[in-house]
Structure formats: C-alpha cells, structure tokens
Design a protein around this ligand. Structure first.
Ligand code: SAM
Ligand code: SF4
Length: 318
C-alpha cells in the first residue's frame, strides 16, 4: 500500500519486548524495569501480521528490547513466517542467545539476523552495554553462520570518542569474514544518557578513515536507508546509515509496532496509534491510518535537536 507521498509501505518492524539482558547506554536506562505484563500476546501479534499482510506488507523484522529474551520467541517467529503473504521474517538481536537458539530460529524461518556490535574490545563492550560479554555475542555470530543464516549484518552505532578509533578494524572485518558491517549514526532519542556533542559523528567519517571503500548498489538490499560500499576483495559489505547527516525519509518503506501495542508511523515522531484490542476491519483501518499518517520526513536531529519520539529506543525497536 502507498502512503500519501507515493512511498510503497511493505515493511513492519515488530518489537516483541521492551526488556533486554543488556543496558546499552544510548538505548535504555540502567535501572529500566521491564513491563512485560503490558506486552502484546503471541495471538495478538500474529493477528496484526495477518492484517498487515492483507494490506501488502510482506517483510517483517522482529526486534525489541532483546527479542530472544521473550519466552516462546521461536514459536512466535514460526507462526509469523507461516502467515499468508509473508515473504520474509528477519531479526535484530544483540546476539547473546544465538549460540543456543540460532538453529531453531533458522528452522522457524529466520534466514538472516542483524547483530549489534559497537566495539571489538572486551572492556569497551562491557562499558557500552553496561555489563555485556562480547564473547557471548561472537559465539552467537558463529552459531548464526553455522545455522546457515546469510547475510549476517553487524550493527555498529558510531560514537565519537568511543569507537571512532575502531572504524578501520571493523570495516576490515568485511575482508576476512562474509559479514556486512553497518555503521549507524548515534541518534539523540529518549530520556537517557546525554552524550557530549563530539559523540555525534557523521557516517562520512567512515569514508575518511577507510578511503578505499567503493560505493556499490545492491537492488536486493532495497531497505531504502543503507548506502553500501565494499573493500577491494571484500567478502562482505560496509553499510552507512545516516539518520542525522543524510535524509533518507524519501525512501522510507516501514511502520513500527511497539511491544505494548502502538503503531508508530515514524521512528522520530511522537505520534502513536494504539491498536491493542482491535480486531478485523478496525485493525486494518488502524494500519491504513498509520500508513496515511507517515510524515514526509522527520524533524531535524542533531546533538542539540532531540528526536520527538517519547520513548527510549528499547521501547521502539530501532
Ligand atoms: N536488542 C537488539 C539489538 O541490540 O540489536 C534489538 C533492539 S535495538 C533497540 C535495535 C538497534 O537499535 C540496535 O542496532 C541498536 O544499536 C540501535 N540503537 C539503539 N539506540 C540507538 C541510538 N540512540 N542511536 C542509534 N542506534 C540505536
Ligand atoms: Fe538491549 Fe539492543 Fe538496546 Fe542494547 S541496543 S540495550 S542490546 S535493546
């Protein structure tokens, strides 16, 4: 279905929980209390997917919080995958539970995952995630490879003064491993940690630090937000996602569903449409409303201009 600006909306990101076993400083408060009592039930989510698929939404991404801490997540993925009209179900995860779950997820129809990894340094990893163990993530990534998931994409939030010294090393990973490394500009969202201005660095820094990157186009990677590059002899690709420095709203193709049952027409808008408890034609109507309410673009974001979203990122899903 097309929105008011002619964009084809074919992608729904579903946050299945606000809870997480990490507490990344840019995403959620250290003392966040999980509100799992408020989350949509599996049946509710499947019904929403059915309604979305009937409107031409074919691609679904499971996110969170950390999706793999939701009880019964593998069965839920399989049910979503089996809905008529669904072409692809993917997942964004911190990877910590992939070691034990990757094979089951693959069998449930999750053919590819994005894994968050902001640094290759064990200590810095513990610091940014407030206690996480990088080895669990690396084991999870290997398990995803072994399960046959492909392509595997690593999401790295660029933070000036924290990981800009690792850009070259992270990009080089795409030469030795068949992974895509995607650098994402730090977004000023939610009520959490206030970063200094120098933390907000544009993705163009990646091209300055790794000048041999060559721009490529991949029509199969038409998510509309990633600019793709490759190293000479690279096995994987380098992606740049620039919500601050580069306006990709013109090709936005997505809606978001929060774990507590709200549709967000735009990541950075305060607008939310409550759909918990809606069924049948009312549910379809609410999805159409969310598509119709997609703004042309989000307001400016910068170190001093915060997102208008009224949630921390773990309560939206990225
Ligand atoms: N827990 C999963 C994970 O970390 O991949 C999925 C949920 S997480 C909210 C989804 C994505 O949002 C992650 O790649 C994370 O790095 C990104 N993210 C969270 N807060 C962000 C922020 N303030 N700016 C940019 N990206 C952010
Ligand atoms: Fe958890 Fe993902 Fe947010 Fe980190 S980015 S706190 S792993 S939801």
């Amino acid at each position: 279905m097309k929105d008011s600006f002619g964009r084809e909306i074919n992608y729904l990101r579903i946050s299945v929980t606000e809870d997480c076993n990490h507490r990344c400083v840019y995403c959620m408060p250290a003392d966040a209390v999980p509100r799992s009592w408020n989350a949509l039930k599996d049946d509710d989510i499947v019904e929403i997917v059915e309604a979305a698929a009937s409107l031409g939404i074919t691609k679904f991404r499971i996110t969170g919080g950390e999706p793999l801490v939701r009880p019964g997540i593998v069965d839920l993925c399989a049910r979503i995958h089996d809905v008529k009209g669904v072409e692809e179900v993917t997942m964004t995860t911190n990877g910590t539970r992939l070691k034990e779950m990757a094979a089951d997820l693959k069998a449930a129809g999750i053919n590819r995952v994005n894994i968050s990894l902001d640094t290759l340094d064990e200590k810095k990893f513990r610091q940014i995630t407030r206690g996480g163990d990088i080895n669990a993530v690396l084991d999870g990534m290997n398990a995803a490879f072994e399960a046959g998931m492909s392509p595997i994409k690593l999401n790295t939030v660029l933070i000036g003064g924290f990981n800009d010294d690792e850009i070259f090393k992270l990009a080089e990973l795409t030469r030795s491993c068949p992974v895509d490394v995607r650098f994402i500009e730090l977004m000023p969202i939610g009520d959490i940690h206030q970063f200094p201005e120098r933390a907000y660095i544009p993705c163009s820094v990646v091209l300055e630090k790794v000048p041999e990157l060559v721009r490529i186009n991949d029509k199969n990677d038409s998510n509309g937000v990633t600019r793709l590059y490759k190293l000479n002899n690279g096995r994987g690709r380098v992606g740049l996602i620039s919500p601050l420095s580069c306006d990709f709203c013109g090709s936005c193709n997505r809606l978001r569903l929060t774990a507590d049952g709200c549709l967000k027409p735009c990541l950075h808008s305060f607008e939310e449409i409550h759909i918990k408890g809606l069924h049948g034609s009312e549910l379809q109507w609410a999805l159409k409303l969310a598509i119709a309410h997609k703004p042309k673009a989000h307001a400016a974001l910068s170190a001093t201009e915060r997102s208008q979203a009224r949630r921390d990122m773990n309560r939206i899903g990225g």
